[in-house]
Design a protein around this ligand. Structure first.
Ligand SMILES: [Zn+2]
Length: 96
């Protein structure tokens, strides 16, 4: 029996995808907006494909703002897109 795969919708392309293939953007209780690589942070979350395109779409259509109930600043978006770039390729995550 195949296991049920949890699906989530990308706020950019609005496609349903397995949760594992998406990045979770979270607004922490401290009101920080970041990418939750563990998937375990508490706070309001939104899912987006690990694609710059989807992030930009989500931003332009204000889907990310809506999902997180915050206006997302350019600075935060740049941060997120940097984190998305770092998340690929998956085998070799640069460390600072
Ligand atoms: Zn997407």
């Amino acid at each position: 029996m195949p296991k049920k795969i949890p699906m989530r919708m990308c706020v950019g392309c609005r496609e349903m995808k397995p949760k594992k293939e998406l990045l979770r953007v979270v607004r922490t209780p401290e009101d920080e907006i970041l990418i939750d690589f563990t998937g375990k942070r508490s706070g309001r979350g939104a899912y987006v494909c690990p694609e710059e395109n989807c992030l930009q779409k989500a931003v332009k259509q204000r889907q990310l703002d809506r999902a997180l109930e915050r206006t997302i600043s350019n600075e935060v978006i740049q941060n997120l897109s940097r984190q998305i770039a770092y998340s690929r390729p998956k085998e070799e995550t640069p460390r600072e």
